[in-house]
Design a protein around this ligand. Sequence first.
Ligand code: SAH
Length: 236
Amino acid sequence: MISVIISKDNIANEIIEIVDKNDINHLKNAFRVKVGETIRAVDGEFEYICEILSVEKKIIEAKILEKNEDRFSSPVYIEAAIGILKNDKMDLTIQKLTEIGVSKITPLLTKRGVAKLTEKKDKWDLIVKEATKQCQAVKLVEIGEPQKLSNINFKDYDLALVPYECEEENSLKNILKKIENKPKRVLYIIGPEGGFEKEEIEFLKENGVTPVSLGKRILRAETASIIVGGILVNEF
Ligand code: SAH
């Protein structure tokens, strides 16, 4: 079913109003929606199954037939903090983590990070929107402000992991096996293309973050980000 993302302001008296130019353009020209057809709208909290009432130049109206609770989000809050990757690598990571269903992605400013930060937030938000529609989720992934490691409030999480290619003792698998109580808020931290410096790992350890290995192969940062997101969403 065709999905659109709306804001709560666009809902009144069981009617939703689609007013976003791009959405209207998409619905009219790409999908050629007609009066009487059914579409799906999400507002970040609920899913609405709606019937199109009118299709006009600047507004499409639809009647809500069904309002559903969010059955698509993980019950556990999972945040991915990722060293900002170059160009399309970060875009790909954001798209895939949206599909997988993490709650938040925080771009990280790290010592070896080389990517430039110029007006990317808007682009990343758009990637989240498109991926949310595609995978039929209800909640939008939040893209946080770029942060330094020192600005993270580690006390906010009851499980914090940093996949680290030089870790020899703990593997992600073993650490997850040892967990007895399901955590409520999980943070995982992935380095940029060049990885983390030793000092950064020491700093994270001092703050209660556990380094874990993902195996003997050195994965690209985007690969590590995506597989760890998938493993954690499925685990919890
Ligand atoms: N410093 C490395 C590459 C870092 S890979 C080098 O250039 O040789 C980028 C990020 O992916 C790392 O910071 C880490 O978070 C993650 N990563 C990649 N392979 C990993 C592995 N085998 N185990 C744990 N984490 C890994």
